[in-house]
Write a new protein. Structure first.
Length: 293
């Protein structure tokens, strides 16, 4: 199977390339900057340099593929145009196998937040295209714990910090596990027409998360409920003033019990359908020991 992987050098899509190669498929790694894809080229992927906002680039790339792993950078300049180009190109060359990572849960109604509502727009375009497809809606990636709001606390203070209360449960989803689902979905076209909200296999409270860290790092790690405003301040320092304000407000609403977004699901049936095994949080932490220890 020749799979066109969009956003191949990003944290969500890069593991898909490696999973495809591991399973013996051809990975066509689409990226705006080939110089950032040397590790993928060394692993055996074919690098395609192009811009999703340029229809001809997506068309020429699609001509080489018989399946698509779609990821749209929703925080880019023209995310809707990018999605339209990728989907229309796949339709033009008659690709009949596509898995879309929606990069989050698709809400039943528009929220007024463009970052969320664009998922509804892309879903509509995909449905209208007639391309057989699977939609995967991830909750929260485990890699969020590698950010400056968590990793330094673990390393320097022996605390797992996150802006939720200690009893709040999250199903942390490793990006490598998401890649397993995407590749398995491409290998199982009979699942086309389905949508799945997905999370990690364990629904862990903050306290339980700290226990997983403790076992993995072989030292006592406590959970620290990071105040949402402090979390937003860290985001502002990293991404620019004001960048973290909206996210901080969302976590404050969760903290105050005014919002209850989907943060974990029972994955047993989904894993059985896709025939994949997920990683435990303890094992995921071990794999990033060099950042936490």
């Amino acid at each position: 199977m020749k799979v066109l992987v969009y956003g191949a050098t990003g944290s969500q899509a890069k593991p898909i390339v490696f999973e495809l190669l591991k399973k013996g498929h051809t990975a066509l790694a689409f990226t705006r900057d080939a110089s950032k894809a040397q590790d993928l080229a060394d692993a055996g992927a074919e690098i395609i340099e192009g811009d999703m906002s340029n229809y001809d680039d997506t068309l020429q790339a699609s001509k080489k593929a018989d399946a698509v792993a779609l990821l749209v950078p929703t925080f880019g300049a023209e995310p809707l145009k990018m999605a339209q180009n990728a989907i229309n190109a796949a339709k033009e060359v008659q690709i009949n196998n596509l898995v879309w990572n929606a990069s989050g849960v698709i809400y039943p109604e528009r929220t007024g937040n463009p970052a969320y509502d664009i998922r509804i727009d892309i879903q509509e375009i995909l449905q209208q295209s007639g391309i057989p497809h699977i939609v995967l809606q991830p909750t929260l990636y485990a890699e969020n714990l590698l950010g400056p709001w968590t990793a330094p606390f673990v390393k320097e203070q022996n605390k797992v910090a996150y802006p939720t209360l200690p009893d709040y449960k999250i199903g942390w989803l490793p990006s490598a596990d998401m890649a397993k689902l995407i590749v398995a979905g491409l290998e199982k076209p009979a699942l086309a027409g389905n949508q799945f909200v997905v999370s990690g296999k364990e629904a862990l409270s903050g306290t339980a998360l700290a226990k997983s860290f403790s076992k993995a790092l072989q030292k006592d790690i406590a959970y620290h409920a990071l105040p949402p405003q402090e979390f937003g301040g860290i985001l502002n320092n990293v991404m620019g003033e004001g960048a973290g304000d909206g996210v901080a407000a969302e976590y404050q609403a969760i903290w105050d019990g005014k919002a209850n977004p989907v943060m974990h699901v029972d994955m047993a049936e989904i894993l059985q359908k896709f025939e994949v095994e997920f990683t435990s949080m303890e094992d995921w932490v071990k794999s990033f020991n060099f950042l936490f220890a």
